[in-house]
Design a protein around this ligand. Structure first.
Ligand code: HMG
Ligand code: MG
Length: 283
């Protein structure tokens, strides 16, 4: 029985950042291979504006081909239009996104933080009416590429706002991947005054190579859900220079070496790693 959950976000957070358009069939093959590794949830797509993120323009076609593989399929939506499209594609879990800093909200969503929350309110209401679970991402939880360091209190306030709107789980996005464990810890101390650790997930990018240490810091504060990207694919197109999420297979090995059970099949993970590497933009 797993005592820690790794949520695979490579097909969304990873592939969204690849400049070359990846054929739909290859995205489906990647999700298929990942599903065989035993993930409970995979974030497979985002229903966002194709003008903002062209790589995700085929998300409905991807969803149509990956039902019934086992994992619950999660998709990111920024507004009601995205939610309706995600529901038409029979998505199991919705992820909504805002930020703890104004600069990133503007760059990523063309909105202030308050405006982005206003846009999400009808999404959460619609999700509640049909009992679809919603995860809420708070981006830039320690640092913003535009505004600098993020005050922990801002993260706690936005996480609480998403909770009050109906998000079951809050994923704490360290978007830039440059945080040190000390700043993750300071941020968590503030957030944990609002939410218990079992409603939080760590979503740590790994630009500075400290994401595993950041996972440890969050683990010590009680978090047991961590996002990761197969082969470390990705980054965010609106956070220039940011690398992908912590590498799934490294996180699996790291947690396993510490005596935890991820419930994942390592051989299947490595098959997915090979496939993911073949999709990556050439250096
Ligand atoms: P906007 O331009 O202000 O939107 O963008 P708008 O409402 O004015 O609409 C403009 C056009 O976009 C219209 O089309 C809409 O129909 C269309 P037109 O009439 O001009 O032909 N449109 C859509 N099309 C498809 N799906 C939709 C949608 N919405 C509007 N859902 C908007 C605002 C939010 C849409 C835009 O800023 C956007 O799509 N942003 C998403 C950017 C994104 O995907 N970023 C990466 C994911 S977030 C991330 O990676 C961080 C995370 O990993 C956590 C972390 O690491 O911190 C989650
Ligand atoms: Mg991310």
């Amino acid at each position: 029985m797993a005592d820690v959950e790794i949520v695979e976000v490579g097909p969304r957070d990873g592939l969204q950042n690849e400049a070359r358009i990846i054929p739909t069939a290859k995205k489906i093959a990647l999700i298929d291979t990942l599903a065989a590794a035993g993930f409970r949830r995979i974030e497979v797509a985002s229903f966002v504006s194709p003008r903002w993120v062209p790589q995700m323009a085929d998300c409905a076609e991807v969803l149509a081909q990956v039902h019934g593989l086992g994992p619950r399929l999660m998709a990111l939506v920024p507004n009601l239009k995205g939610f309706d499209a995600a529901m038409a594609a029979r998505t199991d879990v919705i992820a909504v996104v805002t930020a703890a800093s104004e600069g990133f909200a503007r760059a990523n969503l063309n909105a202030s933080v308050a405006e982005s929350l206003d846009r999400l309110r009808p999404v959460l209401e619609a999700a509640r009416r049909i009992a679809i679970p919603v995860r809420g991402y708070v981006s830039t939880v320690t640092d913003c590429p535009y505004d600098g360091p993020t005050p922990p209190g801002s993260v706690a306030r936005i996480a609480a706002a998403l909770r009050d709107m109906g998000c079951e789980e809050i994923a704490l996005g360290e978007t830039l991947g440059r945080a040190m464990p000390e700043s993750i810890d300071a941020m968590l101390r503030a957030v944990l005054e609002e939410l218990p650790p079992d409603r939080l997930a760590g979503h740590f990018h790994d630009t500075a190579g400290r994401a595993l240490d950041n996972v440890d810091a969050a683990f010590d504060r009680g978090l047991r859900i961590f996002d990761a990207s197969i082969a470390g694919l990705g980054g965010c197109p609106f956070a220039p220079g940011a690398a992908g999420n912590v590498v799934t297979e490294s996180l699996h090995d790291h947690l396993t070496a510490r005596g935890h059970r991820t419930g994942l099949d390592r051989a299947a993970l490595l098959r997915a790693t090979d496939l993911a590497r073949s999709l990556r933009d050439p250096p």
